[in-house]
Design a binder for this molecule. Structure first.
Ligand SMILES: NC(=O)c1ccc[n+]([C@@H]2O[C@H](COP(=O)([O-])OP(=O)(O)OC[C@H]3O[C@@H](n4cnc5c(N)ncnc54)[C@H](OP(=O)(O)O)[C@@H]3O)[C@@H](O)[C@H]2O)c1
Length: 240
């Protein structure tokens, strides 16, 4: 039994990842801002999945979450929370800058802060950290979102260096288009669905389970020599 933290674990890829670990008998804490969403997700495996309500852009929430692990080691941290942040206001420069900052907070600073806060609690040797970025980090097109996700790449490489002596690995999974998540809203799929599927070599959208499987592998013993990497999981939509 491992102790696993999955941010964004109430929906989409995070939920698929939490479910995958729980099926192994691991204890999984899922983190998000919406209590009812987390509780519904946890009800699928109530003895294995525990909800924790927190806004990871708030350092007091991050500290409160880390405090629950003051005595227990964390085996796996999956930084999955994030998404698109819309610009509000009248289109002034200040509105754009606000959207940049909120996007960086939601997708990059949140992962950095939680990893920092949990660092003393990570199991030594052998903890695993996986952060979810995006194909948008690799080929652009997402403005501040691309910048935030690309930031995860460089930051995670540094974490891999820091954790190496303790056999702690840190990797990034960069998904392409994954349907059946809340990323594109309630429909669970992009308005550009056909075009995005057409960009893949295998002719289909990703499923949350595709990402969960890769994350699960990166957290296995078989992946103990994989660290500091960015793993593309995108059906061939971007070749690397
Ligand atoms: N779907 C895609 O095609 C795609 C492609 C590439 C990368 N990604 C990335 O994959 C990750 C998972 O997204 P998904 O596709 O599974 O979409 P999703 O269903 O929208 O999942 C995102 C999760 O993050 C949580 N979250 C967002 N901001 C948070 C915050 N400040 N504090 C705590 N939790 C927060 C959300 O829950 P609450 O709203 O309840 O907080 C939600 O459960 C995201 O980082 C996303 O950017 C998605």
């Amino acid at each position: 039994m491992r102790r696993v933290v999955v941010t964004g674990g109430g929906t989409g890829m995070g939920l698929a990842t939490a479910t995958r670990f729980a099926a192994d008998g691991d204890e999984v804490l899922i983190v998000g801002r919406r209590k009812e969403v987390l509780e519904k997700a946890a009800s699928a495996a109530p003895e294995k999945i525990t909800p924790f309500v927190a806004d990871l852009t708030r350092s007091d929430d991050v500290a409160r979450l880390a405090g629950t692990f003051a005595e227990d080691p964390v085996d796996v941290l999956v930084n999955c929370a994030g998404g698109l942040v819309k610009q509000s206001g009248g289109g002034e420069l200040a509105d754009a800058v606000e959207q940049y900052r909120r996007t960086l907070d939601a997708n990059l600073v949140s992962a950095m802060a939680l990893t920092e806060a949990l660092w003393p609690s990570l199991r030594r040797p052998g903890a695993r950290i996986v952060s979810i970025s995006s194909i948008a980090a690799q080929r652009g097109g997402g403005g501040a979102y691309s910048a935030a996700k690309a930031g995860l790449h460089g930051w995670s490489m540094g974490i891999a260096r820091k954790g190496g002596p303790d056999q702690i690995t840190a990797n990034v999974v960069a998904p392409g288009y994954v349907q059946d998540t809340e990323f594109f809203g309630e429909a669970g799929r992009s308005g550009r669905h056909d075009a995005l599927v057409g960009e893949t070599l295998v002719g289909r959208a990703g499923r949350p389970e595709d990402i969960a499987g890769t994350v699960h592998f990166l957290c296995s013993d078989d992946a103990s020599w994989i660290t500091g990497q960015v793993i593309s999981v995108n059906g061939g939509a971007y070749l690397s």
